[in-house]
Design a protein around this ligand. Structure first.
Ligand code: PHE
Length: 343
């Protein structure tokens, strides 16, 4: 008998494949795939022979090869779907599932203590008529220093441990006070603004973090006095720490206020009697404040002969540490769930 042509053998294969029984399990399925479609499978070997087949046989042989391969692939895929469905059906029938068992409880997220304290403070001030403003964390020297009456080369700049960016004109803001200048220029007086946000200083130990949060506040209007400043801060502190809390102002220096003050609150731990936290003084320093310097107003085109204002700024981490009795600032940023769950 003469040797079969490639076409004849492909026709034979096509008939054989068409009468194959569908595989009964996954092992049979895989064996069939390897036998016909694997690297050394029948279909693969025949397709290698295509190269040496006579030219006039090639179109017919090619088409047959496609049909055989396509038919096999469809058959195997249908078998795979059927076997999977059968397997799931069997599992459903055999397995016992106790629907009365309690489920696993989903974990709920919670506010970070810093965000919570920040919101609380912002709420107290918006309740007093302040509007919320934000500014960029990457600032220019102008807004962080120059417009706040820090002249170039002034030693007060050194108090701030500034992170300068490679482009010397930009820096990470060292305080939220630049928002004072931005808001004054944007709105003009009269104006009451509260400005929460992140600030950066090159400093790190148990009470200093290179990134921390501040809230700035200021009011500009006609005939604003130091008395307005003290009254506003006292109202704020009593809403935050309770009506028995007292404040006191001590003279201090910031280039953008005159006069300037540091504000203490009666110790929130011992109530003013003296303890380790207040170093037995009965007072805790929590704020910088003062009357907005005429140079700051002039830099923002506000006439200091007509308008006056007060400004204050506070660190949120310090307030949160005192509120919750946390003694290491780094705990706020390590995101250890055992710590965060306590709030
Ligand atoms: N910006 C000052 C600081 O970061 C705080 C401050 C704000 C002081 C407003 C006075 C007025 O230390």
């Amino acid at each position: 008998m003469a040797a079969q042509t490639l076409i004849e053998r492909l026709q034979g294969l096509k008939a054989q494949v068409a009468s194959l029984p569908s595989p009964a399990d996954e092992r049979e399925l895989e064996a069939l795939r390897v036998k016909y479609l694997g690297k050394k499978g029948t279909v693969s070997l025949l397709s290698q022979e295509m190269a040496s087949a006579p030219k006039d046989e090639k179109p017919v042989a090619g088409k047959l090869l496609q049909e055989v391969r396509g038919g096999l692939e469809t058959m195997l895929e249908q078998a795979r779907v059927r076997l999977t469905r059968e397997k799931i059906q069997k599992e459903i029938e055999q397995e016992f599932f106790d629907i009365s068992l309690p489920g696993s409880e989903p974990e709920f997220g919670a506010r970070h203590p810093i965000a919570a304290v920040m919101d609380e403070i912002v709420d107290i001030f918006t309740g007093m008529g302040f509007q919320v403003e934000e500014g960029p964390e990457v600032e220019s020297d102008y807004y962080n220093f120059e417009g706040l009456n820090f002249p170039a080369e002034h030693p007060a700049r050194d108090m701030q441990d500034t992170f300068h960016l490679t482009n010397i004109e930009r820096l990470l803001r060292t305080h939220t006070s630049p928002v004072q200048v931005r808001a004054m220029q944007k709105y003009g007086p009269p104006l009451s603004v509260i400005a929460p946000g992140k600030v950066y200083r090159c400093d790190a130990d148990i009470t200093h973090s290179p990134m921390f949060h501040q809230i700035e506040g200021f009011t500009i209007d006609k005939k604003i006095t130091m008395g307005d400043l003290k009254g506003t801060l006292q109202t704020f502190i009593q809403r935050l720490y309770g009506p028995k809390t007292a404040i006191r102002l001590r003279p201090s220096f910031f280039p953008f206020v005159e006069p300037g003050a540091e504000v203490d609150v009666s110790c929130v731990i011992c109530g003013g009697k003296g303890c380790r936290v207040c170093k037995h003084t009965g007072w805790l320093e929590i704020l910088g404040a003062g009357m907005i310097h005429p140079n700051v107003m002039r830099a923002s085109k506000i006439d200091p002969a007509q308008w006056s204002g007060f400004a204050f700024g506070m660190g949120i981490e310090r307030i949160a540490m005192l509120k919750y009795g946390v003694d290491d600032i780094r705990l706020f940023f390590e995101n250890d769930l055992r710590f965060l769950r306590q709030f």
